[in-house]
Every structure is written in C-alpha cells, then in structure tokens.
Write a protein that binds this ligand. Structure first.
Ligand code: P6P
Length: 329
C-alpha cells in the first residue's frame, strides 16, 4: 500500500471531494522525497554549512534550510491547490497569485532541527493544512485558526530511513520511503500511542528557569513517590525525532515556558499544532500549561507556546499539577 493509494482510498470515502486534497498531498510528498535525497547527500554535496542568511529565528540558515524551503514553496504553489503558505523560514506569509490559487493553507517548518544537520541527527519537515475561509479574498485570519480546525497534519523524518507520519483526521499512519521504488509504503498502520509511557523528554539544561509545576513533574519522573520505577530521560533536541519516539514508544515530550522564554520556544502553527493534532489522533493529548493545545488561537504566524504532549495518562499528571497551582494562586 503506497501513500498515493492510501490517500486515494481516503478520498473515495469523501464522495464530495474532487481530488484537490490528494493533489496537494502528492506535492507535499514530492517535496519530502526531494529533501530526503538532499539531506542524504548533504555531506557529500557540501550542502552543509551556512548560507549566510539568517531566518526569522535569528538562526544562521544552512544551505539545506534554504533549499528545503525553496522546494516546498515551489511544490506547494505549483500544486495549484494552495492560497497561503506560512514557513518557519519566511518572516511573512506567502499569498499565492490568483491564477495558481487553491483552497488550502499550508503551514510548515521545512527542516526542523536543522541545527543538528552537521552531526547527522534525524531532522524533519513538519506541516499542517487548513481550508481557506474564502479563497477569493484570503487573509492572515485563514492561518490564524485554532489547531483543531486543521484538516490534516504530518511530519517527515529524515534519519536512518525516511518516514512520513500523516493524519487526515481519522487516525495516524506511518509510511517509509522505499528508495528502490521511490514510493512511501505503509509500514505503521493506525498508530496508537501507549496510554502511559516510561520516558520523559525535556531539555534539563533549562531546569533552573522552570516554573513550579514543571519542576515538580520532572522531579516525580526521577523520584517517583508511588513505588513505580523512575522514567528514563531521552532528549534528542530535534522535535520530529523526539515526537516520533514518543508516538511509537509512549511517554511525554515537554518544551515548557521558563523565565527566559515565557512562551516556551516551539512555534504554534508549524510545530505545536501539527504534533498536537497527531498526538490526539493517536489517542494521546497535548497541553500548553493553560489549555488544550489545539484550542489555542494564534495572533501571529510565528507565535510560540509551551507544550506538553504524549501519552494520555502522562499528560494528565502535568495537567493536574498546573490545575493545583491555578487553584492555589
Ligand atoms: P533546545 C530545533 O532547533 C528545535 O526547534 C526543535 O526541533 C527542538 O525540539 C528544539 O528546538 C530544541 O531546543 O533549546 O532544547 O535546543
């Protein structure tokens, strides 16, 4: 079962659809294949190294960042199915010209975790898809929607293999690129995250800046008081890799707010929302410290939010600690 056939099967369940969504997804898949090839050749093709520019994050852009962003922007526009594009690499949103305009808005991080490129750690593309409200007059409001309005979300991880994990709103499925076929093959059907896990994933280097509930929760992971074994710490520092492990093995991934970054570090539209969408579709959940992550309504396209996502029971524990703090406040 290839991703193309899978998506066509999904489309056949929606008689009203005219295949636009399938065409859009096929262009996203094309972008992933291209970036996968470029990432695999990076060391040889000297694609590693600074491109001299800096992106909105103020980070030095590496050539692969620039290349990946160009590939996805071009692929999405040429699909003829998009009208607004938001990329981590571009300060402003891209409004597609009317002759090529479609009804979907795509928010994406073309190469998340790119600071890990030079050392070969898995990196990835993260994307989310909204339906435009009125494609004759698209505005930023079409992408400043709560994550629960997304039609689809996914990521493609470029690691020991190239794995694309996708949800179109009825469960989560994983596909692995077969280089000999040049096709993504269904390898992880109907992914469900374990209800509770044995792993917590956070950058402990920020511990001195954490708030009370996060500090208490991590303490409980390391020194459980209920007689259970301590959780293991696994932190790669590349969101796609940390989330993929959490999805398959269970546990919790945290990027909390701290004194230095009161809204945390991760971006709402193209990191928090897509990963939260996938977690909920896989039976897990995602919390910001204040509310369900997918209920957030962003006001800016590069807005940040704290995030606690993963196994349902593990996230429940940290929600209880924030609720208790709220009550005592
Ligand atoms: P820190 C990578 O730069 C990234 O955006 C995510 O992929 C990752 O989860 C996070 O930042 C890591 O941040 O502060 O722990 O290095």
């Amino acid at each position: 079962m290839t991703i193309t056939r899978f998506v066509l099967n999904e489309q056949s369940k929606r008689p009203e659809s005219r295949g636009d969504f399938t065409i859009l997804l096929s262009h996203i898949v094309l972008g992933c294949k291209f970036v996968c090839s470029a990432v695999n050749k990076a060391g040889l093709a000297k694609l590693i190294g600074l491109a001299g520019e800096t992106n909105i994050q103020g980070e030095e852009q590496k050539k692969l960042d620039v290349l990946s962003n160009d590939v996805f922007i071009k692929a999405l526009i040429s699909s003829g199915r998009t009208c607004i594009l938001v990329s981590e690499e571009d300060e402003e949103a891209t409004f597609v010209e009317p002759s090529l305009r479609g009804k979907y808005c795509v928010v994406f991080d073309p190469l998340d975790g790119s600071s890990n490129i030079d050392c070969g750690v898995s990196i990835g593309t993260i994307f989310g898809i909204y339906m435009v409200k009125d494609n004759h007059a698209p505005t930023l409001d079409d992408v400043l929607q709560p994550g629960k309005n997304m039609l689809a979300a996914g990521y493609c991880m470029y690691g020991s293999s190239c794995t694309l994990v996708l949800s179109t709103g009825s469960g989560v499925n994983g596909f692995t690129l077969d280089p000999s076929l040049g096709e993504f093959i269904l390898t992880h059907p109907d992914i469900k995250i374990p209800k509770k896990g044995k792993i917590y994933s956070v950058n402990e280097g920020n511990a001195k800046n954490w708030d009370g509930p996060t500090t208490k929760y991590v303490e409980k992971c390391k020194f459980p008081t209920d007689g259970s074994s301590p959780k293991s710490l696994r932190y790669i520092g590349s969101m796609v890799a940390d989330v993929h492990r959490t999805l398959l093995y269970g546990g919790i991934f945290l990027y909390p707010a701290d004194k230095k970054s009161p809204n945390g570090k991760l971006r709402v539209l193209y990191e928090v929302f897509p990963m939260s969408f996938l977690m909920e579709q896989a039976g897990g959940q995602s919390f910001t410290g204040k509310q369900r992550a997918l209920d957030l309504i962003p006001t800016k396209i590069h807005e940040r939010s704290p995030i606690f996502l993963g196994s349902y029971d593990d996230v429940e524990e940290i929600k209880a600690l924030y609720a208790a703090e709220q009550k005592n406040a």
